[in-house]
Design a protein around this ligand. Sequence first.
Ligand SMILES: C[S@@+](CC[C@H](N)C(=O)[O-])C[C@H]1O[C@@H](n2cnc3c(N)ncnc32)[C@H](O)[C@@H]1O
Length: 273
Amino acid sequence: MTSTNMEFELFRDFLEKACGIVLGANKQYLVASRLNKLMEQQGIRSLGELVQKIQVRSQLREQVVDAMTTNETLWFRDTYPFEVLKNRILAEMIKASPGQRLRIWSAACSSGQEPYSLSMTIDEFEKTNLGQLKAGVQIVATDLSGSMLNAAKAGEYDSLAIGRGLSQERLQRYFDAKGPGRWAVKPAIKGRVEFRALNLLESYATLGKFDLIFCRNVLIYFSAEVKRDILLRMHAQLKPGGYLFLGASEALNGLPEHYQMVQCNPGIIYKAK
Ligand SMILES: C[S@@+](CC[C@H](N)C(=O)[O-])C[C@H]1O[C@@H](n2cnc3c(N)ncnc32)[C@H](O)[C@@H]1O
């Protein structure tokens, strides 16, 4: 792929407006490595030509954004969020709203490992706290990437993906073998999760209110202003006293009027004020 600095700047602008992702000034190689195949398939020879084409071709625009997102994920990522949920937060939520269905939002769910890990955590809680979650739990899982959402909805994984963070015990309990090296999430775990396409830059109004929001390992790609705007709008989607979970290496940096930091040892979560 050939590209001038000017073309790269135009592409950076497009990407930030489309999905919030901010590319560093010297990330031409990243753009090339992620878009070369698509551009070759489409017969597009330069980044400038691509920027022109995506103005008028919405499907190509979606494919480009999809290719530029980082979809790295694993089961029970960082461990503590799921332990804290099972050992502390679920009981607190049930006590605060007895008899009500709990709602959890996995706000950048990638290929589904996060929402399905949440669903397995709910199942583990139910097994040791019989009858306490009678009204059930709904997990709404959203992502911008169509290809990731399709993979997540299918709920089938190869051994490489399964090997990342899933214990043998959970694999046996929550998955059905689908052939050599392929596993499918069991219907009972899948049934709790509803997948929807959502760009975090757009409105959350149709999602309703949540008891918990998991927004992990996605805000790191955005500018400070976009991150702040998203965190404020997520606060508006949280029920009072609900919790926000960020990635282990992420922090809120501000917004003390909206969120209270809660130390979990290990890990930090944020309670909506
Ligand atoms: C690194 S993955 C994180 C997955 C999971 N939350 C975890 O922590 O393992 C980041 C995800 O954010 C999604 N993403 C990036 N920009 C987005 C946006 N503007 N709106 C919604 N999702 C976005 C990507 O498609 C990708 O699936």
